[in-house]
Design a protein around this ligand. Structure first.
Ligand code: SF4
Length: 226
């Protein structure tokens, strides 16, 4: 299907009727470009209003490994691509050390618009709330149906709890390879968000946090190789 056809086929994503989610107009086999185009006009929660643009997932639709973070950050919001800012550089480093080629994975977030509050000239990250995460879930579901990864890596508490429930603790269960929620879905593995490493106070703390992330990613790599 050509880009643009979905939006014309069914609904206007900017329509005031919020009972119809724009993702309902898209089928997984419409492809990534169509999903991205329809999501660009999403108004299913309020986050679009203060963000620059929708930041949809990117990577190989045939990837066996999919990584999900929380939401785009300041740089991602401006660039329109996931994991291209400071946290993205940490993720690149961790993937490299874990022997994973970023070109061969699919990366996305549970929420596709940047949530922030002003602080002087800066835009400070704000955690999305459960309503916003729920509103954005149809987009993540479409990405999952398109990619059908073998392993889904959940980066940080927001992504982990969005998928595994609010009681899930990354600090206690990171690096554990979990069975699919609904077979034949992907196996799951939660780990720390790369931005947690940026908050390290010392280089020792940073090295230890990066090592934990790398070790967890190695578990994911070995799972897809098995
Ligand atoms: S955060 Fe998600 S649900 Fe909310 S407007 Fe953006 S794309 Fe739509």
């Amino acid at each position: 299907m050509k880009i643009g056809a979905v939006a014309r086929r069914t609904i206007d994503p900017t329509a005031p009727d919020e009972t119809v989610h724009p993702a309902a107009a898209v089928r997984p086999d419409d492809g990534l470009d169509v999903m991205r185009e329809v999501a660009a006009g999403c108004r299913a929660c309020d986050l679009w209003a203060n963000a620059t643009q929708t930041v949809f997932g990117e990577g190989r639709p045939s990837a066996r490994l999919m990584l999900v973070g929380e939401q785009p950050g300041d740089r991602e919001d401006l660039a329109g691509h996931p994991f291209v800012g400071p946290a993205g550089r940490i993720l690149d480093e961790a993937l490299h050390q874990a022997g994973i080629d970023r070109e061969r994975v699919f990366v996305t977030n549970v929420v596709k618009h940047f949530k922030w509050r002003p602080s002087g000239k800066r835009r400070l990250h704000e955690r999305p709330n459960p309503v916003e995460i729920r509103a954005c879930r149809p987009w993540l579901n479409l990405e999952l149906e398109l990619v059908r990864p073998d392993v889904l890596v959940l980066l940080g508490a927001t992504a982990a709890q969005a998928i595994l429930g609010r009681d899930f603790k990354v600090s206690e269960r990171h690096g554990e390879l979990l069975p699919p929620l609904e077979p034949p879905g992907p196996r799951l593995l939660a780990t720390y968000h790369p931005s947690a490493i940026l908050r390290s106070r010392t280089s020792e703390e940073r090295d230890a946090a990066l090592r934990m992330l790398v070790d967890d990613l190695v578990v994911a790599r070995e799972a897809i190789a098995a």
